[in-house]
Each structure stands twice: as structure tokens, then as C-alpha cells.
Design a protein around this ligand. Structure first.
Ligand SMILES: CC(C)(COP(=O)(O)OP(=O)(O)OC[C@H]1O[C@@H](n2cnc3c(N)ncnc32)[C@H](O)[C@@H]1OP(=O)(O)O)[C@@H](O)C(=O)NCCC(=O)NCCS
Length: 335
């Protein structure tokens, strides 16, 4: 039966693997320095997974925390949506592996790609499912293992220094309180920028074999990025989409209590806040500790801001993200 109220965030959690990798650690593997990385991105360290911390395993750990935080039992979950650009396997999706780990046979499982914007696309999907009565308690997860797919040579250093591993989870469900929950989602993409940030191989566009041997020699199995184009895109599109979410809901910038942006680069987020005239102290930054955890980043930042008291019941929170695709999105939510 359709639910005519709203969808709120019932609980959140995250998990990052224990291994800390500092900028100095990376400088031992290729030509870079702590100073270069911090100046350009704000990153001081990131986490790298071990063999047992696969995307599904980390997703499960984050999920159990979010379910507990929501005051629910695992068995209350009826739908699982996982966003990841680094799935455990080509197929099936990560959601099926998480579902099995949680022991929830029969629940609907959905995988969403959309890279750094994946969590926001997943939340919008969960919200729509709940509003039409298709689902009640949706587990939304963003989870990534980047460290096993990065190029640790000088050629890949521009990308490699930016990324880290981790997982975040949110449990969303219905609320009868008309003042709470998601107020809008703005989802956008522009595929003309698809090759500005991507991993070409392996893939089914290669013939006759989807994993061409050449991918080892030409390094097409590693992420390729036009850093400057991505930087410019983010600084243009984030203020635009935040403005769109405000215009759709009738709120002003001053009404926002906390902005939780995707953690790709502290300089980008500082620039976006400046462009919007938004106070820096209302912007959540944790990229120093984790680097860019892609689909997990907004969820981890949200949870930490909740833990330190910046996000409270009643807070008006803007979530915003951009990434490969290009994709970008914003969601406005009353906690
Ligand atoms: C990647 C990024 C930090 C590079 O910063 P930049 O100021 O544009 O730096 P440039 O690419 O001009 O490179 C400057 C120099 O540093 C070098 N360099 C690149 N990576 C380096 C590294 N890790 N350590 C040291 N030097 C590095 C380059 O080779 C270049 O050297 P050159 O001048 O001798 O040619 C920046 O473009 C960026 O943050 N872009 C957005 C990336 C992003 O957010 N991606 C994820 C989106 S979800």
C-alpha cells in the first residue's frame, strides 16, 4: 500500500578497515610527497582493506551497525540496495552477497553503480520504493575496495593518492511525521564525460575477449582521470545542484544546518562552500582520514557528523555528490 507521508533515515553506520596508509607510506612506493597530496586534496591518510574485507564483507559490517542504530532487527530489512564501483565479482551484484551474509533470503536485492554519486541515487531509489509501498525498511549501502585496483607506479600517482577503502550503510523507512524525511532528490548525469574518469578494462566492449591481455601493458585496467576536467566539473555542478534542491523545496541556503558533500577533494568542497557563500563550519570534511571512498563517502561523513552532534533530530541536511559518469546529485533531508 502506498505511503503518503515521507521516508526518513532510521539509522546509520560505517566500517573502515584497520590498516592506515599515510601519504609518507605512498611516497615509499612512487614519486609523491605528503606536502603535494595535502596541498592538492587535504588528504593525510586512507584505509586499505585486507583479504577478508571485501566490499560485501565491509558492507555487512556497516549494515549491522546501521540496523542496530535504527533500533531494528536484521530480519526487519525487506530490500537491500548496494552502490559500488568495485564489486566483489562481475556478477551477481554485491547486494546478493551482502544479503547472504546477513541471512536474509527472499529480500529484494538491487545493485546501483553511479560511482561517487551511487549512495544518493540509492537513497532516491529507496525513497521511491517506500513511498509507493514497494518496500518498508530499506538497507542502503555504499562500499568500495579501491586499493587492490590502483596503479602504484608514477603513471598512476595522480589517481592513486586520492582513494581509500570503506563502507557506509543507512536504513531508511517510512515516517508519519510530515516535517521529517527526504524533501527532494535531484539526480543528474552527462555521459559525454564518461571517459574523463573511468576504468576501461576489463569490459564487454572488448572483442573477442573482455579481459584483453593488453590491459596489463597499456594500463587500461587502472583508473584514468582528467583531474582538471573533474575538478572544474565538480566546482560548477555541485553549487548548481544544491541550488536546484533548494529551489524545488522553497528553502534558502541559510536554512541548511549541515552540508554533507562527497569527499573527493577538500579544495573542491571549500570552493563550493565559498561559491555558495556557505559558512565553512557547516560543511563536513573527513577526507583527511579516509581519502575518497566513493559510494561510501557521503554515508561515512553523515554518520560522523551525527556522532559528533552536528547532525541532530530536526537538522536540515543537504547531501551532495558528483563523480564518474559524469553523475551528480543532491538530496535535502530533515532528520
Ligand atoms: C588530481 C589533482 C589533485 C591534480 O592537481 P593539479 O593541481 O591539477 O595537478 P596537475 O595535474 O596539474 O599536476 C601537477 C604536477 O604534479 C604531478 N603529480 C601528479 N600527481 C602527483 C602526485 N601524486 N604526487 C606528486 N606529483 C604529482 C604531475 O605530474 C604534474 O607534474 P608536471 O607539472 O611536472 O607535469 C586535481 O586535478 C584534482 O583534485 N582533480 C579532481 C579529482 C577528483 O576529485 N577525482 C575524484 C572525483 S569523484
Amino acid at each position: 500500500m502506498a505511503h503518503d507521508a515521507a521516508t526518513k533515515i532510521w539509522g546509520t553506520g560505517f566500517y573502515v578497515p584497520p590498516t592506515v596508509v599515510t601519504n609518507d607510506d605512498l611516497a615509499k612506493r612512487f614519486d609523491t610527497s605528503d606536502e603535494w597530496i595535502q596541498q592538492r586534496s587535504g588528504i593525510k591518510e586512507r584505509r586499505y582493506s585486507t583479504a577478508e574485507d571485501t566490499p560485501a564483507a565491509m558492507g555487512e559490517k556497516a549494515a549491522r551497525k546501521a540496523i542496530e542504530d535504527a533500533g531494528l532487527e536484521v530480519s526487519d530489512i525487506d530490500t537491500i540496495i548496494v552502490a559500488s564501483l568495485s564489486p566483489d565479482h562481475d556478477f551477481p551484484g554485491v547486494a546478493c552477497f551482502v544479503q547472504h551474509r546477513l541471512g536474509l533470503p527472499g529480500t529484494a536485492c538491487i545493485d546501483i553503480r553511479n560511482q561517487c554519486t551511487g549512495l544518493l541515487y540509492s537513497l532516491a531509489t529507496a525513497d521511491a520504493f517506500i513511498r509507493v509501498g514497494q518496500a518498508k525498511h530499506v538497507l542502503v549501502i555504499g562500499t568500495e575496495v579501491h586499493s587492490t585496483g590502483l596503479d602504484f607506479s608514477n603513471e598512476g600517482r595522480d589517481v592513486t593518492v586520492l582513494f581509500g577503502d570503506g563502507a557506509a550503510a543507512m536504513v531508511v523507512g517510512p515516517t508519519d511525521d510530515p516535517k521529517r524525511g527526504f524533501l527532494t532528490h535531484c539526480l543528474r548525469a552527462d555521459g559525454s564525460g564518461a571517459k574523463q574518469l573511468w576504468i576501461p578494462a576489463p569490459g564487454s566492449s572488448y572483442f573477442p575477449h573482455r579481459a584483453p591481455k593488453s590491459m596489463y601493458e597499456d594500463r587500461s585496467m587502472y583508473p584514468q582521470m582528467n583531474g582538471r576536467a573533474v575538478f572544474k566539473f565538480a566546482c560548477t555542478k555541485l553549487p548548481e545542484i544544491i541550488g536546484e534542491a533548494l529551489a524545488k523545496t522553497g528553502y534558502g541556503q541559510d536554512d541548511i544546518d549541515v552540508l554533507v558533500p562527497h569527499q573527493a577533494n577538500m579544495r573542491i568542497n571549500e570552493m563550493v562552500a565559498k561559491q555558495l557563500g556557505f559558512p565553512q563550519d557547516k560543511v563536513v570534511h573527513n577526507i583527511q582520514k579516509y581519502g575518497n571512498t566513493t559510494a561510501a563517502s557521503v554515508g561515512i561523513a553523515f554518520h560522523e557528523a551525527k556522532q559528533d552532534g552536528r547532525i541532530q533530530e530536526g537538522s536540515l541536511v543537504m547531501l551532495a555528490a558528483f563523480g564518474s559518469g559524469f553523475t551528480w546529485a543532491a538530496s535535502l533531508v530533515r532528520i
